[in-house]
Structures are given as structure tokens and as C-alpha cells.
Design a protein around this ligand. Structure first.
Ligand code: AMP
Ligand code: MN
Ligand code: MN
Ligand code: MN
Length: 294
């Protein structure tokens, strides 16, 4: 859906920004369907001038993404989206401006990926018991990177086989946070993820805060703890937020002194609510996380 079709609330006063920024996207290295180079080309074609690739728990697409971005004259930010478990829920932390060769970061991400493979087998067992056989092999067939199997790959398999009509239906019935085939694992801790990002010279930002189902007290605790650990950013504009949430999380950014980030969380042309770069400017009154990068 194009941003032009989203009614922005009256309280939303966009900052007067001349450049398009998109600091959240996924390639075939995690659960996206375009290669890093294809994503770079799509971002550029959509008018993005500052772009980050942020694959889940994996940085091996960054070299290709950077090379393509540079050849197109588009500024590039090295990113990653780290899986964290906090208060028994999955929380995603973006690392932006990281050194992708940092050994602490690489070791931490490798540990998370090991957990993914074990969990994928357990999810397949649960799906089998729910009448969906062969989903491990089915999900792997959708995963270009076999060391990174995600719920998205399972969901694509279930849609392809006609068990569900679309991705959302899969998450609603099988794979969403509290649904029977979602196997909860202890990803990294919040402290680990933030320390790996900072150790690699990056900025840590809480991804799509509007997607978590924390109580207000828990959300406050999450933001406070994140800040104490050295986290400095929060996503305000993302493909998973409603326009009201743009306003809500701009206030959160101001309240906690976080810099604001902006990214489509683009995975696939067919599945995306927002295309790369198809984002409104940040609301006025927040400090862009990229303020000193351009
Ligand atoms: P995982 O990291 O394996 O737990 O998978 C999480 C991924 O599933 C997210 O990064 C999204 O790409 C995808 N996802 C989560 N919820 C939904 C949803 N409701 N509809 C479509 N995709 C979703
Ligand atoms: Mn994803
Ligand atoms: Mn995410
Ligand atoms: Mn994402």
C-alpha cells in the first residue's frame, strides 16, 4: 500500500525532509525474497538515498548490498536485526552502522542461528501433529540460506500448499506468538544484543515497538532497561506501525531520549504493506538516528 493512501492523523506533523531513508529491510540471506543486490536496486529505483540491509541474525549479505548501493550512488548503512527474548516474548533489536567483521557480534549471531535450526525441527513436529506434514523440508526449500530458517519460510510453505490463504492467516492459526506451532526459544538477551551492537561500533534501536504485546508497565521497563544498557534508538516509522503509532512512538522517543529510526521492514514485493522507501518523513521534534550519517 502506498503511503499516499494512509490517512495521517492531525497530530502528525512531518519533518521537512528532502531525502528518503529506509533503514530496515530483508534479503534472501534471511527471510526476504530478493537478493541483497536486487534489494539495493529496488531501493534506488524507489528514490531511497540512505538504505540499510538488516537481515535477521546474519550479516553475510552486507558486502553485496554495499557494493551494489555504492555502484548506484546510494548511501549505505550496515545493519542487522537481532532476535532477543525479553519477558518471554521475541523482541527485535536493530544494529545500525555496525562493523560486520566484529568477532563478538559474529559469534553472538552464530549462536542465535544454531538455535534457529533446532527450533525449526520442533516447529515442524508440531505442524505434523496438526495435520501439516513435511514442513521442515518445505520451509528449507524456501530458505536460500539454510542456516537461517524462520517462521516466514514455514508460512510461505503453508500458503503454497494451500493450508492457508495468506501469510497473515498462517500466523493467526499456527505460527503467531501464542499459537500452537510457535516454538518459543531463548534467543539472545537484551543485554547481549545491545553489547554486541555497541561492541561492533553500531547504534542499537528497538524495532517495531508497536508490534509487541507488553503491558504499559512492561513496555516502560523494556525502554528503561534498553536505555541503561546503552540502546539509543527506536523505530518510529515502520511497515508494522499505524499512522497513530508513528505519533505514539515519536513521543516515546522524546520521552526516553531515543533517536528515531525509519524503515519499511520490506521482505517481498508480494507480502509487503510498504515498499522500500514508501515511508513518510519522521514526525517533527525527534532526532533522526542517521542525523550524522549524511
Ligand atoms: P522468526 O524470526 O523465525 O521468529 O520469524 C519472525 C518473522 O516472521 C518476522 O521477521 C516476520 O518476517 C514474520 N512475521 C511475523 N509475524 C507475521 C505476520 N503476522 N504476518 C507475516 N509475517 C510475519
Ligand atoms: Mn522477517
Ligand atoms: Mn522484526
Ligand atoms: Mn525486520
Amino acid at each position: 500500500m502506498s503511503v499516499a493512501h494512509l490517512a495521517l492523523p492531525r497530530a502528525y506533523q512531518p519533518e521537512n525532509s528532502l531525502i528518503k531513508v529506509d533503514l530496515h529491510s530483508h534479503s534472501t540471506i534471511s527471510d526476504g525474497v530478493l537478493t541483497p543486490a536486487q534489494l539495493a536496486a529496488r531501493a534506488h529505483a524507489n528514490g531511497v538515498s540512505l538504505w540499510a540491509l538488516t537481515d535477521h541474525d546474519e550479516v553475510s549479505g552486507l558486502a553485496q548490498a554495499r557494493a551494489e548501493a555504492e555502484s548506484l550512488g546510494m548511501a549505505f548503512v550496515s545493519g542487522v536485526e537481532i532476535s532477543v527474548t525479553w519477558a518471554k516474548q521475541s523482541v527485535h533489536v536493530l544494529g545500525l552502522g555496525i562493523d560486520e567483521f566484529d568477532s563478538g557480534l559474529l559469534a553472538g549471531l552464530a549462536g542465535i542461528r544454531e538455535g534457529r535450526s533446532i527450533r525449526a525441527r520442533e516447529m515442524a513436529d508440531r505442524l505434523t501433529s496438526m495435520g501439516v506434514p513435511d514442513s521442515y523440508e518445505g520451509a528449507l526449500a524456501f530458505a536460500a540460506n539454510p542456516s537461517l530458517v524462520s517462521r516466514t519460510h514455514f508460512a510461505r510453505f503453508l500458503v503454497e500448499r494451500g493450508y492457508c490463504k495468506n501469510m497473515q492467516a498462517v500466523f493467526d492459526k499456527y505460527l503467531g506468538e501464542n499459537k500452537p506451532a510457535n516454538v518459543r526459544v531463548q534467543w539472545s538477551t537484551l543485554a547481549e544484543a545491545v553489547s554486541w551492537i555497541i561492541g561492533a561500533g553500531g547504534r542499537a534501536a528497538i524495532a517495531h515497538p508497536g508490534r509487541y504485546s507488553f503491558s504499559p508497565l512492561q513496555a516502560d521497563a523494556l525502554f528503561e532497561q534498553f536505555k541503561e544498557l546503552g540502546g539509543t534508538g527506536i523505530e518510529v516509522i515502520t511497515g508494522s506501525h499505524t499512522p497513530d503509532q508513528y505519533v505514539e512512538y515519536a513521543k516515546v522517543a522524546q520521552h526516553y531520549g531515543f533517536m528515531a529510526s525509519c524503515g519499511s521492514d520490506f521482505h517481498s514485493p508480494k507480502e509487503a504493506r510498504l515498499d522500500l522507501g514508501d515511508l513518510p518523513s519522521l514526525p517533527s521534534g525527534v532526532k533522526p538516528i542517521w542525523h550524522d550519517w549524511i
